[in-house]
Ligand binder design. Structure first.
Ligand code: SR1
Ligand code: MG
Length: 400
């Protein structure tokens, strides 16, 4: 069978029936196209009796741009394999993959509809009591168990090869590390923020540090990353968390994943300064976000350290002092990449609703200015910020 885009509901329904056992043969099924992401087509198929699943299809181009931005469909194989690998270590934190169809470039997977998009939940100032702990565990387990700290040397290199993902990496290489640091045509800059963006383009110290982070992104095959761990790639409710969409997965620096999600906590923190609603409620929620960052890092750090102590077989990597040094490096990397996420979401191509929902451009610029300042600080001071408590104090000082 060769590739073709699903052209009708009937085709999507037939594919769902063929590739999952969850519907009875008499059930009347209906389809909704639910994708609100930038890149793919996503459908929910349901029977009206409480059974449903998700079908995601990757076309040979970027959905929001069209055929002028071609994109390898190998990304959907990568996503299916990354979900399956994550499921081996934290099955409760990812959707189950029922079927992957290489010819149709489609995944059939569990519907996580009882969870809400984390970005929308954060904008609505929902408190999700288990979120930070779940994210810390997801990061520690997926990243440790795909690194040389755990894997046999041959298995690790075979995996690196199988997750070579050049098209999707190139998007991140450009959108994170190139466009925001020059007057690039892909950038989108709120008019009152123009002077701040121009100052950043002339900031050679910042650009030097971003170059170092980019070099690591290009060269450091440390672990299998999710590769796009922003708050739109997380669904959550009061009791559960699901991480979706690892189509950008590749072997890269661990700090990129940890930093991406920390950066999204801080994007919401900056947005809350000017989002609608009661000021004291918004300030309290900013504190909840900072507490969440502390819990996330503490969960990640202690679990990763425990894995290193108990599950690292290579004797050359077993020294406790090495674990101390290594986790210090991971914190610095994570802060740096959090900074690049803050900056690229503020003046680059792909903005976030945490800021865009602030309708007044001048007010939005205030939040965006804070995001740029936080981003710059995390990047240039990443080696000096000794622990997450120091980071939080620095964030509070900048927020005023
Ligand atoms: C053209 S893709 C823009 C952004 O959307 C994805 O989710 C990634 O974050 C990417 O950078
Ligand atoms: Mg995505």
């Amino acid at each position: 069978m060769s590739f073709r885009k699903f052209e009708s509901d009937a085709e999507v329904i037939a594919f769902a029936r063929q590739n999952s056992p969850i519907f009875s043969s008499e059930a009347r099924l209906h389809v909704d196209e639910i994708g609100d992401g930038n890149i793919n087509f996503v459908y929910r198929v349901a029977d009206g009796a409480g059974n449903s699943l998700i079908i995601k299809q990757a076309l040979p181009y970027v959905r929001i741009i069209g055929e002028s931005w071609p994109l390898s469909q190998d990304r959907i194989r990568i996503e299916a394999e990354a979900l399956r690998m994550a499921g081996e270590h934290c099955a409760d934190l990812v959707p189950q993959v029922y079927h992957f169809d290489a010819a149709l470039c489609a995944i059939v997977m569990e519907d996580i509809g009882s969870h809400d998009n984390l970005r929308h939940a954060l904008i609505a100032r929902r408190r999700l009591p288990l979120l930070a702990e779940h994210l810390g565990r997801f990061l520690a387990d997926t990243l440790f168990f795909s690194s040389d700290l755990y894997l046999d040397a041959h298995r690790k290199k075979a995996l690196v090869k199988s997750f070579i993902n050049p098209d999707l990496c190139k998007i991140s290489e450009d959108l994170f590390f190139v466009d925001p640091y020059c007057d690039h045509e892909r950038n989108a800059i709120n008019a009152p923020l123009r002077a701040d963006a121009e100052a950043l383009w002339n900031d050679d110290l910042l650009k030097l540090e971003v170059a170092k982070l980019k070099a690591k992104f290009l060269n450091q095959a440390e672990a299998l990353l999710h590769g796009d761990l922003h708050s739109g790639s997380v669904f959550a409710n009061e009791t559960g968390t699901k991480v979706i969409d690892p189509e950008f997965a590749y072997f890269g620096p661990i700090g990129f994943d940890v930093g991406s999600i920390l950066g999204n906590y801080l994007l919401n923190f900056a947005g809350q300064a000017n989002l609608p609603g009661d000021a004291s409620e918004r300030r309290d929620y900013q504190q909840w976000l900072l507490d969440g960052m502390a819990t996330l890092w503490q969960t990640f750090e202690s679990r990763f350290r425990q894995h290193m102590a108990e599950q690292t077989n290579d004797p050359s990597l077993q020294l406790p002092q090495y674990a101390d040094w290594y986790l210090g490096q991971l914190l610095a990397d994570s802060l740096g990449y959090a900074g690049t996420e803050l900056i690229r979401r503020t003046i680059g191509l792909a903005h976030v609703a945490d800021m865009e929902s602030i309708t007044d451009p001048a007010q939005r610029a205030e939040s965006e200015r804070l995001a740029l300042q936080l981003g710059r600080t995390l990047i240039v001071e990443r080696e000096q910020l000794a622990d997450m408590e120091a980071v939080i104090q620095r964030v509070k000082a900048l927020a005023g």
